[in-house]
Design a protein around this ligand. Sequence first.
Ligand code: ZN
Length: 230
Amino acid sequence: MKNRLYFFTLLIAVFLLISAIIIFGTVFAKDDIKKAYITFDDGPTLNTPTIVSILNKHNAKATFFVLEERIVMYPDYIKDILYSGHAIGLHGVSHSPAIYEGESSPLCEMQKTNNSLKALTGKESRLVRVPFGSSYKLTHAQYKLLCDNGFLLWDWNVDPRDSVGKIYPDKILANLRRDLSKCKDAPIILFHDRKSTANLIEEVVIYLKEQGYELCALSEKQTPLNHMEN
Ligand SMILES: [Zn+2]
């Protein structure tokens, strides 16, 4: 009787050990996948449908930091972004530098943008990116107000410079490769919702997939990367 009890206890212990190995193996295997996060600022624009359809064709997800006045201008594009499984973040009302003038003005602009997003889609976003990035003019008081109101501030660590000066697609791709090679964390890639970027985004997506990246949308569960915390 004692031997039988010992045998069953041993059997259960072995079963639990094997289950634990399988579960941990699965978890670690998932963590091993390289993830990259493409983001598009300043939209939606007339180029958004092209960008979204290319992403969808390659089963890639991305994040669009949108302006309030363009949510109103292109409501169908906002719905396309969301219904395709991409994420929407907030980029302010009109991209005016005036967003930095008052202590509460960044918060007010993000809340106004969120109100328009909610009126259109029933959904809000906590993801925010301030115009020109947080290292431009965002003060710690303005940042704290955003955080205290539940917003998650995102900058980037890969900048292909797709909206700076004269646009050369080869140069943008070279910038992308250069920053990726230096990137120690998951790449957060800054692009802009514009025609020249729409024209080369398929090449970018294919390149990133060839490098082994899974292209994901930012999530509100992630710890945001920004210059205010550094
Ligand atoms: Zn912008």
